[in-house]
Design a protein around this ligand. Structure first.
Ligand SMILES: NC(=O)c1ccc[n+]([C@@H]2O[C@H](COP(=O)([O-])OP(=O)(O)OC[C@H]3O[C@@H](n4cnc5c(N)ncnc54)[C@H](O)[C@@H]3O)[C@@H](O)[C@H]2O)c1
Ligand SMILES: OC[C@@H](O)C(O)[C@H](O)CO
Length: 296
């Protein structure tokens, strides 16, 4: 060290230099989150049915990353808990505040179960701002051989379950003056007939769900409640797993302009859009997210 520079002068100089360098280093490592404030869900409480896996889990993860707390409604409490752990891990990794989350065991097609689950959620969280009816089942067979019991199960989960949760949310929101958001997960199968698989019951259940969404949007708009639907095309979820589905996927891809099946996380943005103030003038709308399938 040259003798004419004292140690104290040197440390003062390095303190001055670090004052200027620190913010630059901080800026380089932690980019500020830049999102329109309308997409913010800070402090909102969201209920998502069928959120133990697949699309439902991705929707709730997107809400949690946007600031919401959440209730997972599914057939088994254990799988709901696993889903919550996965979501909370992602929120933690993003260095965001931990959301309050709870799992609820409920068969959405049971009127009694939906009523008691809804009451428990409101008691636990103190309020509900958003409902996503996502729980659903798929399947099919040629209509001429399709068992009536299977047809009834399909309608029971995909339509009755959707109605029961929407009714609970609508009543609660009207009675409490909540200008809430309801999102129904329907399907492109509600407006087209998929090929080559034969799935009349599924297609009919989704067509009914989409029209139910429009009817409820009209009834509840005067209360400031917005009701919309997101209609996916084919997604890589457990609903489309197995050898038979993989063989079908190869045929589906030929009809998808984007040339691939969707990943479940590709629906996050649409769900946040439809359940936040970003879509404040949107109600009764069906947003199709299908890689272009409906172009033809
Ligand atoms: N996967 C696709 O290609 C696709 C395409 C269009 C629409 N959708 C729709 O998206 C939604 C989610 O589908 P996914 O692919 O994630 O399915 P998935 O089978 O991976 O997940 C569905 C979830 O719903 C739950 N569930 C089923 N029946 C229930 C009931 N009676 N009560 C409570 N929970 C129940 C399941 O336990 C599961 O956790 C469904 O409504 C489905 O029809 C899926
Ligand atoms: O038959 C499979 C369905 O889940 C389908 O992938 C979806 O509903 C898209 O129409």
């Amino acid at each position: 060290m040259p003798p004419y520079v004292s140690r104290s002068a040197l440390s003062r100089t390095s303190a001055i230099i670090s004052q200027f360098t620190k913010p630059i280093v901080r800026f380089a490592h932690t980019q500020p989150r830049r999102t329109l404030s309308e997409f913010n869900l800070d402090g909102k409480v969201a209920v998502v049915t069928g959120a133990s896996l697949g699309l439902g889990q991705q929707i709730l993860a997107a809400f949690a990353l946007s600031g919401a707390h959440g209730a997972v409604v599914d057939l088994k409490e254990s799988s709901a808990k696993e889903s919550i752990e996965t979501i909370q891990k992602e929120v933690k990794q993003a260095d965001l505040p931990e959301p309050k989350m709870r799992g609820y065991e409920c068969d959405t097609s049971s009127e009694e179960a939906v009523k008691s689950t809804w009451d428990k959620i409101v008691k636990d969280f103190g309020k509900v701002d958003i409902l996503v009816t996502n729980a659903g089942i798929t399947g099919g067979a040629p209509a001429e051989d399709y068992p009536f019991e299977d047809f009834k199960s399909m309608i029971s989960v995909n339509l009755h379950g959707t109605f029961l949760f929407a009714r609970a949310a609508g009543k609660y929101m009207i009675d409490n003056g909540v200008k809430g958001k309801i999102l129904m997960v329907s399907s492109m199968s509600g407006s087209i007939v998929n090929r080559p698989q034969k799935q009349a019951a599924y297609n009919a259940s989704k067509a009914a769900a989409t029209h139910l969404m429009k009817s409820l949007a009209a009834e509840w708009a005067p209360h400031g409640i917005r009701v919309n639907a997101m209609s996916p095309g084919h997604i890589q979820t457990t609903a489309n797993e197995g050898e038979e589905m993989e063989a079908l996927s190869k045929q589906w891809i030929k009809d998808i302009p984007l040339g691939r099946i969707a990943k479940p996380e590709e629906f996050r943005g649409t769900a946040v859009y439809l359940c936040s103030d970003a879509s404040s003038y949107v109600t009764g709308s069906e947003v199709v997210v299908d890689g272009g399938y409906l172009i033809w």
